[in-house]
Design a protein around this ligand. Sequence first.
Ligand code: DX5
Ligand code: ZN
Length: 219
Amino acid sequence: MKKFMLSPSILDADFSRLDSAIKLLDTAKVDFIHLDIMDGHFVPNISFGPKIIKPLRALTKIPFDTHLMISAPEKYLDGFIDAGSDYITVHYEASKDMLGLMKSIKARGVKFGISIKPGTPVETLYDLLPELDLVLIMSVEPGFGGQKFMIAMLEKVKKLRALKDKNNYSYIIEIDGGINKETLPSAIEAGADAVVVGSAIFGAKDPAAEIEALRACVK
Ligand code: DX5
Ligand code: ZN
């Protein structure tokens, strides 16, 4: 069985019981907890901010994988770091100063990732790859859970995998959007190290059983 890391997104969990969602993921010993932050500007949806993250931090030691789908991320980094993010991923399309963001994030001892939307070529990131802790390939347009997986995005994953292996880069290759038992095996086959799964877990009748099924679907 090929090993991969699971980063469930709580975006489609019951927001009146986020504590239960975190405890469920803690018990299931997932690798990361993916926090989807949306500002209603960079993406056409609003989710939650540091004030929600902070109390969740006390409930688990599992690393928080914070995905900032926001404009002007530099203004909000400290809030997300203080709330307990272990990884912060910003969007390439959201700022002209990736190096500045990287400096600010790494200076605080937090891992740095960059995400690209489906329309952004992966080659855009090539110069930055040696510095990255994580690359997040969007396999849907960011903004909403429950969308259909864009299979063409696997080409980006393959390119990142080849470069990582060739140059011994340390970034985690993560893919986000439309991952379920049907699409997950192809993402791992293409070379992803980690997958984000939202609606497939929290939309399931038994989320804990679904996590096990996702783990078992890759042979
Ligand atoms: C989309 C988010 C994703 C998404 C995952 O903007 O970044 O993390 O909510 O949800 P599913 O797995 O339902 O596509
Ligand atoms: Zn996400």
